[in-house]
Design a protein around this ligand. Structure first.
Ligand code: SF4
Ligand code: MG
Length: 326
């Protein structure tokens, strides 16, 4: 399988202005040099604590922002530097499912109008054809098609997320960024929505970037996993390698807080690693390794030189001086 999505050295810096003249005095480096591929049909999990830049990264990959730097290729087309018009032509290929479906569903539009809106904007389908397609999409996501004229508030949280998913599917995308798609839902219905996303991936051949702070969920759904800290991807590996043999001290600390899913292994539970201090501000990251102010394994070199993100073992990437190759 070949990569459907390629991201190289992606940067998304937000300027900070101050004073009466609103001079730029710095920048929040929300995403600061991130690179990864996503293979066709796979799910790449993107994990990290809140504020690490993972949501910004997902939005930047879809070019919902004017990015500060880097190259993005989706389905063979470079969209890093594209103008808005050519981006618009690419929109159908790439879509997003948001954390809070409530926030992106217009309360005054019927479900049929919400799901059909992208069809209206990007296709020449007639009203009747759009209605047919909306009904088909409702079937696909498990919504009763008889409810096509109802309004978002008449649905439960899980059903509203299904509406958001149907809308994202309307234009037959190849690539979907799922940004914490279940974080706002009741625990009892989270699994249903995850299962739906997995079924749709299989039947439609979708490629996902699945953003989540929930490492157990990502372990379930992702083929490979990237870990973000303070605007950078610090480790990227196939799922089992990342959970079984993490190479980066930050990943080790994150995993040490996750309950062992297999009860037979519960006795071997990793020692919980409690990180000292707070995450530094992305407006003022530390010199050297971004993790050096909190890393239990910090060395002198870490405070001086930013470690390269490199392939330590086949397919297993990390940015840490402990794994520098000689
Ligand atoms: Fe820790 Fe140094 Fe590795 Fe950074 S480079 S994660 S500070 S050991
Ligand atoms: Mg977020």
């Amino acid at each position: 399988t070949k990569p459907l999505v390629k991201v190289r050295d992606l940067k998304m810096h937000f300027p900070i202005y101050a004073g009466l003249l609103r001079r730029q005095v710095g920048a929040v480096k929300a995403v600061d040099g991130v690179s990864f591929d996503i293979l066709e049909g796979e799910t790449l999990g993107l994990v990290g604590e809140s504020g690490c830049g993972k949501s910004t990264c997902g939005r930047a990959v879809l070019r919902l922002y004017d990015i500060t730097g880097g190259e993005i290729t989706i389905d063979g087309r470079a969209i890093g530097a594209e103008d808005q018009r050519s981006l618009r032509a690419m929109r159908p290929t790439m879509q997003m499912v948001f954390q809070d479906p409530q926030a992106c569903l217009n309360p005054r539009m019927t479900v049929g109008a919400i799901i059909g809106e992208p069809l209206m904007e990007h296709t020449g389908l007639s009203g009747a054809e759009r209605t047919d397609r909306v009904r088909e999409l409702m079937d696909q996501v498990g919504l009763n098609r008889a409810f096509i004229n109802r309004y978002p508030h008449e649905f439960s949280g899980g059903q509203r997320q299904r509406i958001g998913i149907a809308r994202a599917l309307a234009l037959n995308p190849k690539f979907i960024v799922c940004d914490e798609p279940i974080a706002a839902l009741d625990v009892s219905i989270q699994a249903q929505v995850v299962n739906l996303l997995e079924e749709l991936q299989d039947s439609l051949g979708l490629t996902y970037l699945f953003i989540s702070h929930d490492l157990s969920m990502v372990r379930h759904i992702a083929d490979r996993v990237a870990v973000m800290y303070l605007g950078k991807v610090v480790e990227l590996a196939p799922r089992d390698a990342l959970y079984g043999e993490p190479l980066h001290p930050y990943t080790e600390a994150l995993l040490s807080a996750v309950p062992e899913p297999d009860p037979a292994m519960a006795g071997n539970k990793r020692q919980r690693i409690v990180l000292q201090g707070d995450v530094p501000s992305p407006a003022n990251p530390p010199q050297g390794c971004n993790f050096c102010t909190r890393c239990p394994k910090v060395m002198d070199i870490c405070r001086k030189i930013d470690p390269d993100f490199h392939e330590v073992k086949p397919g297993h990437w990390a940015a840490c001086h402990l794994h520098d190759l000689d």
